[in-house]
Design a protein around this ligand. Structure first.
Ligand SMILES: [Zn+2]
Length: 319
C-alpha cells in the first residue's frame, strides 16, 4: 500500500512526506480520530516510507522495509499499550533510546499509540523532549481521545484529523486490500465506513454467525406469543448485546433505504431484506430504545423482549 492510495488522507500525508524528505522536519504529529479510521496504519506507512531505501517508498522489499515489517528496525520505536496506562518509566526508556544517533537512517521515528493512556507524569516527561526538538526525531502521537492530553502537548504537535470514510470510499480501500467487490461493499456497510472495523469483522468469523442468528430471530417474530421463542437464541449472547444491536441498526437502515427506493448498504441482501417485512423506522426506534434500557441497567433479555413487543405493535408489515 502507498501513502497516496490512502483514501481521504493520502494528499495531506504525501505533502508531509515531501516536506520531510526535503529536510523540513515536522517534529511531532498528533493523529486524532475514531477507532478504525486509519491513524495507526498511516503512522506506520509514514514511518516505513521514511526508512525505506527502495525507489517507490515504501517498497516493502528493501532490507529497511523488511526490518520495519518484522518489528526490528532500530530507528523506529513503537509504544503500543495493551495495559491501562503508559507510565513515566516507559517514556523515559523511549527518550533514552531516542538520544542515541539513528542507527540506519537520518532520524528516529517514535509512534505512541493510544496516547490518551499516557499518565500526567509520562506526558510531562515527554513534553521536555517535544519542547527541545533535535531534528533527529519525529513523533507520532495517536489517539481517539485528545482531551486526555495536556494542552501543552497538543500545542507542540501538528494535528491531523481522521474521520470515518464514506461507505463507498471504505469499500474501495477494502478492494485495494484484495477483498472482492461484493464482500467489500457488504463489510463497509456493516462497519459504516470504518476501515479498521471492517477488517475486524472480516477477520472475525463469528460475526457472520451472529448476523445470521440476529436475522433468523427477527424473521421468527409473528405475534406476541412468538416473542419469547424468537428472543431466546439471542438472549444467551452475553457480552454481544452491542454487536447484535449494531447488526439490527444496519438492517434497519437498509430497510429504510429500500423502503424509500434507495440502495441498501448491504447491496447483496436486498432480497432477504424485503422478505423480512419489518418496518425499518420501527426497527431503528426499537434499537435506540433497547440501547437506552441497557444503559439504565435493564437486563439484555428484558430489553430485547421489550423491543420485540414494540416491533409487533408497530413494525411488522403484513406478516
Ligand atoms: Zn523499502
Amino acid at each position: 500500500m502507498k501513502i497516496s492510495e490512502f483514501a481521504g488522507y493520502g494528499d495531506k500525508m504525501e505533502q508531509l512526506m515531501r516536506s520531510v524528505q526535503a529536510g523540513r522536519i515536522v517534529h511531532a504529529l498528533l493523529l486524532v480520530g475514531p477507532h478504525g479510521s486509519g491513524k495507526r496504519t498511516m503512522a506506520r506507512l509514514f514511518a516505513q516510507a521514511t526508512v525505506c531505501t527502495g525507489r517507490d517508498k515504501p517498497c516493502g522489499v528493501c532490507p529497511a522495509c523488511k526490518r520495519f515489517l518484522n518489528g526490528t528496525h532500530p530507528d523506529i520505536h513503537v509504544i503500543s499499550p495493551d495495559k491501562k496506562s503508559i507510565g513515566v518509566d516507559e517514556v523515559r526508556e523511549l527518550i533514552d533510546a531516542l538520544s542515541l544517533r539513528p542507527y540506519e537512517g537520518v532520524r528516529h521515528i517514535a509512534i505512541i499509540e493510544q496516547a490518551e493512556k499516557l499518565t500526567p507524569q509520562a506526558q510531562n516527561a515527554l513534553l521536555k523532549t517535544l519542547e527541545s526538538p533535535s531534528g533527529e526525531v519525529m513523533f507520532f502521537l495517536i489517539t481517539d481521545a485528545p482531551g486526555a492530553l495536556l494542552g501543552t502537548i497538543v500545542s507542540r504537535c501538528q494535528t491531523v484529523r481522521f474521520t470515518d470514510l464514506s461507505v463507498e470510499d471504505c469499500a474501495q480501500v477494502l478492494e485495494r486490500r484484495g477483498i472482492d467487490p461484493l464482500r467489500a461493499a457488504e463489510l463497509s456497510g456493516m462497519a459504516q465506513g470504518s476501515v479498521g472495523r471492517a477488517l475486524e469483522i472480516q477477520a472475525d468469523g463469528g460475526y457472520r454467525e451472529l448476523r445470521e442468528s440476529v436475522l433468523s430471530s427477527l424473521a421468527a417474530l409473528k405475534d406476541r406469543a412468538s416473542v419469547a421463542g424468537a428472543a431466546t437464541p439471542l438472549e444467551a449472547g452475553k457480552g454481544q448485546e452491542g454487536a447484535m444491536l449494531d447488526i439490527m441498526e444496519l438492517w434497519a437502515r437498509d430497510l429504510m433505504a429500500l423502503q424509500s427506493g434507495a440502495a441498501p448498504y448491504q447491496s447483496g441482501e436486498a432480497q432477504r431484506l424485503s422478505r423480512l417485512k419489518i418496518d425499518g423506522g420501527a426497527l431503528l426506534k426499537g434499537v435506540v430504545l433497547a440501547r437506552k434500557q441497557l444503559a439504565s441497567n435493564v437486563s439484555w433479555p428484558n430489553a430485547l423482549e421489550n423491543m420485540y413487543f414494540h416491533l409487533i405493535e408497530t413494525g411488522l408489515n403484513g406478516r
